[in-house]
Design a protein around this ligand. Sequence first.
Ligand code: FAD
Ligand code: NAP
Length: 545
Amino acid sequence: MQDTKDRTAGAAAPETGAFDMIIVGAGFAGMYMLHRARGLGLKARVFEAGTDVGGTWYWNRYPGARCDVESLEYSYSFSEELQQQWKWTERFAPQPEILKYAQHVADRFDLRRDIVFNTRVIASHYDEDAARWTVRTDTGAVVTGQFVVMATGCLSSTNLPDFKGLGSFKGRTYHTGQWPHEEVRFDGLRVGVIGTGSSAIQSIPIIAGQAKEVFVFQRTPNYSIPAHNAPLDPAYEAQIKADYAGFRARNRRMMPGFGSNNPRNEKSVFEAGEEERRAAFEARWNRGGLGFQGAFGDLMLNDEANQIAAEFVRGKIREIVKDQALAEKLAPRQAIGCKRICVDTGYYDTFNRPHVHLVDISQAPIEEITPTGLRTGGMDYALDAIVFATGFDAMTGTLLKMDIRGRNGLTLREKWSAGPRTYLGLGVVGFPNLFIVTGPGSPSVLTNMIVSIEQHVDWISDCVQYLRDHGKRSIEATEPAEISWVGHVNAVADATIYPTCNSWYLGANVPGKTRVFMPLIGFPAYADKCEEVKARGYEGFALGA
Ligand code: FAD
Ligand code: NAP
């Protein structure tokens, strides 16, 4: 695997000191948290493991990486000047442009002077007597903070399965989530791609455009909707920018926090005749993107309804892929949307190319990585490069890698041994003054994440202001509130078809991980609940003097 981390570049001298707020991570969450913390007059410090800002868009540099929420929506709304002045070039911006945007925000708001790069937080311990956190980093820094904000990301710990023989391969290896900074080309190579999630589906067509041969090792096929990506239409951009604030506000009332220009059709698929169904699915397929899921109101509530939409997509796969036996292998059977829908440019069509081979490993897992390739189903595949598109230890992985200890030395790992438990996804009983941005139990990964990030950071900022105004030093979720919230998150999920397949939302992609549906479904009701909690003086939290 390529080591993308240059430990010498920009390494800061180990730091000591006392801060009001310590923020871990400088992706979109950490950057905005720093901006708001400064606005409150807090002395804040950010630690970031990477050498620059951008988080997801700093690490995931694989070919074809781009957002699947339209760029005019997948961007900050907190600054009218920023959203008016920044110009996206495409409907779905590519990774380099999103990274440039993050860098622009860092420069524009002068964020870098309070961010320590190339520095990983390894521990965070709460000192009850002082009511402060002591934070330690891998560079030897030891700092204290009244508040700690974990802006560490939901998809920031790569999942590299423990394949037998992993280290023995003599060729080049890559993980999509830790892609090298220099350009990687596959010209003339035999490339194996393991996985068929969003990262694989975006990268495979481009890898296939370079490589001599591509072998895609598929355990579970995924549903992918075409992006129909294109240069951003200036007329559409002007229309949005004429009332950007209104557009953002309407998006915040959408279940996933985006898509008010293509809202979900609330009608049941069963109320529609054959022709109307077909027309609705076609229209959304032709428009492209995640909005496909909103063709009817009950697709995620009823298995039969869901299978009608699923069968439409399977039909499209059969139309695109010429070899019908291959099309059947590429056609998913699980409920559509149960695993996150992918958005692609030419994915299924790539399998019509003679040098692209699908290897179905659903019945015969990868047995071993060998010095010359890999073995599965008793066959040896000779490879020059392997791309692990095997995803992430989502939502909890990054948090649990740190040694986080709250009151009475309770570790977060012990606390979450049977799955994550939070109140609102923001706070955890036993861990005062520790906030998680887009934590498990909040809508996070089921939304436009920048909308969720802004909502969380604003809530945390208001909360800190409130504590200061009311002479309080600490805030901690209460046991009854946390118990009831965990029950609520599960009950909402259980009323849908989300828990019916092996998705990373459930932790099912990581062997041994407790199977719990981690995000809360539905942004608007959640945001309303957070507002209500705030209006009632932080109901469900205990405030300490
Ligand atoms: P991140 O961007 O993950 O940033 C967290 C940062 O914390 C990282 O830089 C990491 O290095 C740092 N960090 C973690 N642990 C430590 C530690 N212990 N010490 C120091 N630093 C640490 N969401 C959407 O809504 N729309 C999309 O189109 C979309 N596309 C995506 C595409 C890809 C390839 C991936 C992987 C995710 C995508 N997401 C998308 C989700 C994406 O993660 C969020 O949109 C968003 O970028 C998250 O921002 P964040 O700041 O919360 O976390
Ligand atoms: P992913 O969706 O978790 O996909 C990982 C793939 O690897 C799956 O196909 C999985 O198969 C396979 N896999 C995992 N372990 C394996 C093993 N031991 N053997 C064989 N195959 C194995 O990860 P991802 O593609 O990186 O995407 C993660 C999330 O990031 C997305 O859902 C999305 O939220 C975000 N993302 C968004 C975009 C975008 O379009 N903007 C792009 C990339 C990522 P199974 O399905 O059988 O587990």
